[in-house]
Design a protein around this ligand. Structure first.
Ligand code: A2P
Length: 330
């Protein structure tokens, strides 16, 4: 099995390399792909040194799978070219997510939709993945009507440039800015770009991707906020159901969901936090309580490492699934 990691020198790319190993993917050859700036340089990973190759060279080698994390425009241009030579592309960008011809996959929820004909498979947005992992079992049981979500998103979601901005600010150094304002000691109600309706693209991803993955009838309204946290996104989520629920059954359903860990005990100050989710592949949920102002409504708090289950882990799980189900044809 030959696997290409496109964008291997980036933040998500590095996590992909780690998770490929953790999940024991049967890799004979790893193709390390980055931009022209990096071609010819080397990348040392777990004691092995790899030559960084160009995207053109990677296509020539016809890998069975290519995991992309190199931004939307790279993906729009190059993913179809890999698909043409028979490679299955798993794409982390937003390029293909809302295309009616492409599947948007969270393996624990809808991996069974994937067929051998799916040559470009989309990985959802990081904030969406951790939210739908918790919503899915609850929707099945109680039918969700409406979700109100506010996010507290780490700077790692913006890439290396944001990490540099935060380090510069902490060390009182001048430097290039990833955000329009300082991030240390601040919260920016501004993730990704603004759209015509006054929402940001990140907020609309939460709305549209949740509908595509779970059910178009679910109403989602979102406020996405960037906070000075180095890794791990948090979300305060209010969920209104069609049917009433029992809190202990909610806890049981979440406990039984693969990839979800319940951390919820006010007596011991037990609740999910990004500091402790960092480097983990699971989604953590806590602060589970009834919204006392409205019927059939629940409040909870969801945390996950946005570079892991929000990106790399989800992509590698898709790769593992298509390998195990023999859904690759290159
Ligand atoms: P490079 O390191 O050569 O710039 P991040 O989002 O963390 O900044 O990472 C982006 C990743 O996407 C990097 O690995 C970057 O490589 C890679 N990349 C950007 N543009 C291209 C391209 N046109 N072809 C291949 N890789 C690209």
């Amino acid at each position: 099995m030959k696997i290409a990691v496109v964008g291997a020198t980036g933040l998500v790319g590095g996590e992909i390399l780690d998770v490929v190993e953790e999940y024991n993917l049967p890799v004979d050859e790893l193709l390390i792909v980055a931009s022209k700036r990096s071609v010819g340089k080397t990348l040392t990973y777990k004691g092995n040194t790899y030559k960084i190759i160009s995207i053109e060279d990677a296509i020539e080698q016809k890998p069975e799978i290519a995991i992309f994390s190199a931004g939307g425009s790279t993906s729009l241009e190059w993913a179809p070219k890999f698909a043409e030579v028979g490679t299955t592309v798993i794409d982390n960008s937003s390029a293909w997510r809302m295309s009616p011809d492409h599947k948007l996959i969270v393996p624990e929820i809808n991996a069974d939709l994937i067929t051998e004909n799916d040559k470009i498979i989309a990985n959802p947005n990081c904030s969406t993945i951790q939210m739908v992992m918790v919503l899915a079992p609850l929707h099945k049981k109680y039918k969700i009507k409406r979700v109100v979500v506010s996010t507290y998103q780490s700077i790692s979601g913006t890439g290396m440039k944001a990490i540099t901005q935060m380090e510069n600010e902490m060390n009182e150094r001048e430097g290039e800015m990833a955000y329009p304002y300082p991030i240390v000691g601040n919260c920016l109600p501004h993730c990704d770009v603004f759209e015509d309706n006054g929402y940001t693209k990140e907020e609309m991803k939460l709305t549209n991707e949740t509908k595509k993955i779970l059910d178009p009838s679910i109403q989602v309204t979102a406020t996405a906020v960037r906070v000075p946290v180095s890794g791990g996104h948090s979300e305060s989520v209010n969920i209104e159901f069609e049917n009433d629920f029992d809190l202990s059954e909610v806890r049981r359903l979440l406990h039984e969901m693969d990839g979800v860990v319940v951390q919820d005990n006010p007596d011991t100050n037990t609740y999910p936090m990004p500091l402790y989710a960092k480097g983990k592949n699971d989604v953590f949920v806590g602060r589970i309580r009834r919204d006392e102002t409205q019927a059939n409504t629940l409040n909870l708090w969801i945390v996950a490492d946005n570079l892991r289950k929000g990106a790399a882990t989800n992509a590698v799980q898709i790769a593992k699934y298509i390998i195990e189900k023999h859904l690759i044809s290159a």
